[in-house]
Design a protein around this ligand. Structure first.
Ligand code: FEO
Length: 165
């Protein structure tokens, strides 16, 4: 049985994961429209993963006898200043998601809800990986700067990451 506070926190997390999925789709379509098809492919794939994260919470809540609330999703921005700005925005967003997961873990520990605390461990590990992935793409983009050949190579590499995953 989940406390009202935990239930509310998990439902808010569902909203955040749903927005993440939508946000990465928005960055992906901008990338595709601006010639970065590999990065677009990577972000579309990432968007699918975010939906899976959301469904993981649905499933946990249902298993715990609670009802997940299907969220209303805000419209993400359609425009990016550059491919770098898009990736940087994604990293910033992931940091926000990490803070939210950590705060939820904190609440579950304080409430002695060890089952939820244990459930959140998967997300804590996943957040570390996701932040690292976006940081690494950003570093690569920074290395090549505005060199179009360099950006082309990064784009190609990002597309291949999805094929090999
Ligand atoms: Fe599910 Fe990238 O946070």
């Amino acid at each position: 049985m989940l406390s009202k506070k935990i239930e509310k926190g998990l439902n808010e997390q569902i909203g955040l994961e749903a927005y993440s999925s939508s946000y990465y789709m928005a960055i992906a379509t901008w990338c595709a429209a601006n010639g970065y098809n590999g990065i677009a492919k990577y972000l579309y794939h990432h968007s699918d993963e975010e939906r899976e994260h959301m469904l993981k919470i649905y499933s946990y809540m249902n298993e715990a006898g609670a009802q997940a609330i299907t969220p209303k999703i805000d419209k993400p921005p359609a425009e990016q200043k550059s491919v770098r700005a898009g990736i940087q925005a994604a990293l910033k967003h992931e940091m926000k998601v990490t803070a939210s997961i950590n705060s939820l873990a904190d609440v579950s520990m304080k409430e002695k809800d060890y089952t939820t605390f244990n459930f959140l461990q998967w997300f804590i590990k996943e957040q570390l990986e996701e932040e690292n992935q976006f940081r690494s793409i950003l570093s690569k983009i920074d290395l090549v700067g505005t060199d179009s050949k360099g950006l082309y190579m990064i784009d190609k590499e990002m597309g291949k990451k999805v094929d090999n995953s």
